[in-house]
Design a protein around this ligand. Structure first.
Ligand SMILES: *[C@@H]1O[C@H](CO)[C@@H](O)[C@H](O)[C@H]1NC(C)=O
Ligand SMILES: *[C@@H]1O[C@H](CO)[C@@H](O)[C@H](O)[C@H]1NC(C)=O
Ligand SMILES: *[C@@H]1O[C@H](CO)[C@@H](O)[C@H](O)[C@H]1NC(C)=O
Ligand SMILES: *[C@@H]1O[C@H](CO)[C@@H](O)[C@H](O)[C@H]1NC(C)=O
Ligand SMILES: *[C@@H]1O[C@H](CO)[C@@H](O)[C@H](O)[C@H]1NC(C)=O
Length: 393
């Protein structure tokens, strides 16, 4: 697999339009080889880096520099790191996850995507919902989704280099990376001072300082943000001295983000009274026996109510962040993220949340909807297209 990854990398760096960071040096310089090594380590989560472009690779180029980020419709991926979490992947990591005595449930419970980070970037996804925790030895920040470990080798830092490399090659685009500590991961895992210190170091490294916008609790214009990352802080640094909270980015404190709530109002900058409206109704949680179609209708209603509010000019200068992703794992049989997003055949004649959103998006053409996070964003194929087509000019 390593050999395959390096072939893909050297082909794409050597023949196709190479990222500018690499063009300035000879293709075999030690720094190129080091980057190739990092990207290869990142591949179980990031996917195999490629410079292939699609019509959505540079969709932000059609908006002017003065556009406010909060006025754009920006597609995001919920739990993107789970894209390759099949039963085979779970099995391959069993020797690691078994170490903490907290084995994962079937893979379909955790899986929320099917395309890699690099494919998401090519398909127009610009917001990534990153979930981190320590590996089972308490040494490195890696990707989890609850008890599901996504890779033993792809660290969060490795994948950041994937984003940096991609941004160098796509300077018209901007990304938002949301970081959230996954609370129910390894049996003994806690969001302790060591975890917070590692996160701090990661987000203040020389590379991070170059790519993360160094502004605080403000969304700038597209012009300021192109080629850069806005950090969305869904974490507190509450186990460390106060100076460690002094990170750039926009703070969505977990203490203000009420759980499973369809309509959160969160003031992220009290001085300016800058407000975010968030729909994060992820667990429809209706009692045993409710049909998948009913659960999907509940979630579709919560999402579209929030999007109608986003489109209301009264709220134009607030951030809207809606999650179209959901599940119901207390139900029997369970409604997996996939069933909720894309339906379950004849059980769901109207499809999942995603299919039902397509005509809604087409009806909302020209309206501001804000950030919308999807599960299985690539199904149906026209979902992201229908969403981007509604972007206000
Ligand atoms: C995806 O998972 C399969 C099964 O575990 C594995 O063989 C494959 O290498 C993984 N893909 C990547 C890009 O790591
Ligand atoms: C990891 O840290 C937790 C405390 O947060 C501790 O209970 C556990 O034993 C540690 N694991 C290892 C392998 O050191
Ligand atoms: C803050 O902004 C919110 C939403 O725009 C508004 O409802 C609220 O009245 C404002 N509060 C103050 C103190 O201005
Ligand atoms: C969803 O909203 C529609 C229209 O308001 C309503 O008829 C339907 O009962 C709602 N569905 C659920 C499951 O609440
Ligand atoms: C989904 O469909 C399968 C049959 O393909 C069925 O066994 C299962 O119970 C369905 N689950 C839900 C939640 O509808």
């Amino acid at each position: 697999m390593l050999a395959k990854a390096l072939t893909v990398l050297s082909l794409s760096f050597g023949v196709l339009a190479a990222p500018t960071v690499l063009q300035s040096r000879s293709p075999s310089s030690i720094s190129d080889l080091a980057l190739q090594k990092v990207l290869s380590d990142a591949s179980p989560v990031f996917g195999y880096y490629t410079t292939k472009n699609t019509k959505y690779s540079t969709w932000m180029s059609k908006y002017s520099d003065s556009t406010q980020l909060i006025h754009l419709n920006i597609p995001g991926a919920h739990d993107p790191q789970t894209w390759n979490y099949s039963q085979a992947t779970q099995e391959a990591l069993k020797h690691v996850t078994d170490l903490d005595g907290n084995p994962p449930l079937p893979a379909e419970v955790y899986r929320c995507q099917e395309k890699s980070f690099i494919d998401m970037l090519s398909a127009g996804i610009r917001v990534f919902d990153i979930r981190y925790a320590f590996d089972v030895t308490n040494s490195t920040l890696v990707y989890w989704h609850s008890q599901g470990l996504l890779s033993e080798t792809a660290t969060v830092e490795d994948t950041l280099f994937g984003f940096y490399t991609w941004l160098d090659a796509h300077p018209t685009e901007t990304l938002m990376l949301s970081f959230q500590y996954e609370g129910s991961t390894t049996l003994y895992g806690t969001n302790d001072a060591n975890v917070q210190l590692q996160l701090f170091n990661l987000l203040t490294s020389a590379a991070a300082k170059k790519y993360f916008l160094q502004t605080s609790n403000a969304f700038g214009t597209l012009g300021e943000a192109r080629g850069k990352i806005t950090l969305l802080k869904r974490f507190d640094m509450d186990q460390l001295p106060a100076s460690y909270s002094n990170l750039p980015g926009v703070h969505f404190s977990p203490s203000l983000w009420t759980d499973d709530d369809p309509d959160i109002t969160l003031v992220y900058d009290t001085v300016r009274n800058a407000t975010a409206y968030i729909e994060d109704y992820y667990e429809t949680d209706v009692g045993n026996g409710a049909s998948a179609a009913y659960n999907i209708a509940l979630k579709y209603n919560a999402t579209t109510s929030h999007l109608l509010k986003a489109a209301n000019p009264t709220y134009r200068d607030s951030l809207f962040w809606s999650f179209a992703s959901s599940e119901n794992d207390v139900n029997t049989p369970i409604d997996t993220p996939k069933i909720m997003a894309v339906g379950n055949g004849t059980y769901t004649p109207l499809g999942g949340v995603n299919q039902q959103l397509v005509p809604f998006f087409r009806r909302m053409k020209g309206k501001r909807l804000g950030i919308v996070m999807f599960d299985f964003f690539d199904t149906p194929g026209e979902l992201v297209e229908s969403f981007l087509d509604v972007s206000p000019a």
